[in-house]
Ligand binder design. Structure first.
Ligand code: FAD
Length: 468
């Protein structure tokens, strides 16, 4: 009897699953391995949270709109699939923070809200004199002897004081995680800041010594930090799908449970069963939890909180919107009475995505503790967003069109102790389900490049496992 090919099944066809499949297939072809890959995706399309709408000359991202250039795996994947010529950097410009009904320019030298240059920080009216003096305490405060994980809030409040946290750091971080910074783990999100404190005592002094951006001179041109694709991020998904011709791709089908036997048996909602020698789960933690519900393996991470958000893209003729400042957009401090949490002036930040003479405002609603808005109707969300916008700019008519996209439980919150819990779960999984891996936004990083890193690492582990 001939032995069938060894099979890796990838559950979930978002960017994590696609990156895993691409790298695994690349190695199978290159090393002529006797192995095959199947992707099972619940939806009728691939890409997960990456979704682009091209409409009336606009290129609109419903989910992620760009990625950090310094995290190299996404740029590398884009080059490897032949889309390098479509890479576009963001147009740089002033970013603002909305505090007390006023847009304040982000002080020069603020990195992730951490002030690293004295002069712009001293002149900003975003922070009171008392708040500024408290932040200067960072230069003299001893380093903490906190050996275990701590929340971002605990860490930054201790070093820089509450006012800097609330008016500068929290709005920016919450723009990334839609979370509560007093719950989110320092170790799982920004471990480098904890390290700076341990090595340099002062966070600000540590940043000055290690970050080129902290030493930019006042006249230096701001460097772009983000990249996107001129045709929209979904073009990466389409290109990956085209290049994955050797993989079997099963769409519109959910994996519901897994059983260990001679091979793994994955039960699908269609009633069919797929056998596999190795499995990479790239689905959110709550879905992975239900797939493993016959065991208690994922109990520790199944209840990771996940926040719901919605993006609201609104298109206008230029003359219909007044008082937009020359800049890229703003984030909103939690102590302001607004429902929107951020707004990108997309026509300024990503001009290639908006036709001449038009304006595209892309707002966010929903964050930890404030998510009910996501369940309202499109019309209600549009009205709330317009009311908020009208407090700071003048929107003279209804948008030519609005695209509301709800992302339920889409932002996993890595709460304090997350890394340790993940390590425990992985160790248990390895014992009870060898050759089965977890990768993706719920686990070791939420940004697109972090997801790609995880997908690629899982692909190599799975190949090692089936060929050992
Ligand atoms: P997903 O994209 O969620 O893919 C998981 C896939 O699994 C889905 O396709 C799903 O249908 C499928 N699935 C679920 N259950 C099953 C099942 N039982 N069987 C089979 N398949 C299943 N990151 C950035 O770097 N830059 C940004 O600008 C940015 N902006 C963002 C904006 C928003 C609104 C959101 C929500 C996220 C943003 N992120 C951003 C984060 C980033 O987009 C995500 O973390 C990333 O896309 C997640 O990819 P993934 O493959 O891990 O998960």
């Amino acid at each position: 009897m001939t032995q069938s090919k060894r099979k890796i099944v990838i559950v979930g066809g978002g960017i994590t699953g696609l990156a895993a499949a691409f790298r695994a297939q690349e190695k199978i072809n290159h090393e002529q391995l006797d192995a095959e890959i199947t992707i099972v995706e619940a939806n009728h399309r691939l890409g997960g949270k990456i979704q682009t709408v091209v409409q009336d000359g606009f290129v609109i991202e419903r989910g992620p709109d760009s990625f950090l250039e310094r995290k190299i795996s996404m740029g590398r994947l884009i080059k490897d699939v032949g889309l390098e010529d479509k890479l576009v950097p963001n147009a740089t410009g002033q970013a603002f923070i909305l505090v007390n009904d006023k847009l304040h320019p982000m002080p020069g030298g603020a990195i992730m809200g951490i002030p690293t240059q004295i002069k712009p920080f001293m002149v900003t009216d975003l922070i009171s004199l008392t708040g500024k003096l408290r932040a200067a305490g960072d230069f003299v405060l001893p380093k903490s002897d906190h050996q275990r994980d701590q929340s971002l809030g605990t860490f930054f409040r201790r070093r820089l004081g509450n006012e800097v946290v609330e008016n500068l750091i929290e709005p920016l971080l919450s723009g990334i995680y839609a979370g509560d910074i007093d719950q989110i783990s320092l170790q799982s999100t920004f471990p480098q800041y904890g390290k700076l404190e341990q090595e340099h005592r002062s966070l600000i002094a540590g940043m000055k010594k290690t970050s080129p951006a902290a030493n930019r001179k006042p006249g230096d041109k701001k460097k772009s930090m983000f990249l996107t694709l001129s045709t929209g991020l979904e073009s990466l998904v389409d290109q990956l799908e085209t290049m994955l011709g050797d993989c079997e791709i099963v769409k519109g089908t959910r994996v519901e449970s897994i059983r260990r036997g001679e091979r793994y048996r994955l039960s699908l909602n269609s009633g069919a069963v797929i056998e596999a020698d190795s499995v990479i789960f790239t689905v959110p933690h709550f879905t992975a939890g239900s797939v493993f519900s016959e065991t208690e393996l994922l109990n520790e991470i199944e209840d990771i909180p996940a926040t719901s958000v919605a993006t609201v893209a609104m298109a206008f003729n230029k003359e219909e919107v007044e008082d937009i400042l020359d800049g890229t957009g703003f984030v909103v401090s939690r102590n302001s009475d607004y429902t929107i949490t951020a707004c990108t002036w997309t026509h300024n930040k990503w001009p290639h995505t908006v036709p001449d003479g038009k304006v595209l405002l892309r707002c966010y609603v929903g964050r930890a503790g404030d998510e009910t808005v996501v369940d309202l109707s499109d019309d209600q969300i549009e009205r709330i967003v317009l009311d908020d916008l009208n407090k700071i700019i003048k929107v003279k008519s209804k948008p030519a069109f609005t695209i509301v996209t709800r992302w339920k439980k889409s932002m996993p919150q890595y709460t304090v102790g997350h890394r340790e819990r993940m390590a425990n779960v992985r160790a248990e999984l390895e014992k009870s389900f060898p050759g089965v891996y977890l990768a993706g936004a719920s686990y070791d990083g939420i940004g697109l490049p972090d997801c790609i890193d995880q997908g690629e690492a899982a692909a190599y582990k799975a190949l090692n496992f089936i060929t050992q």
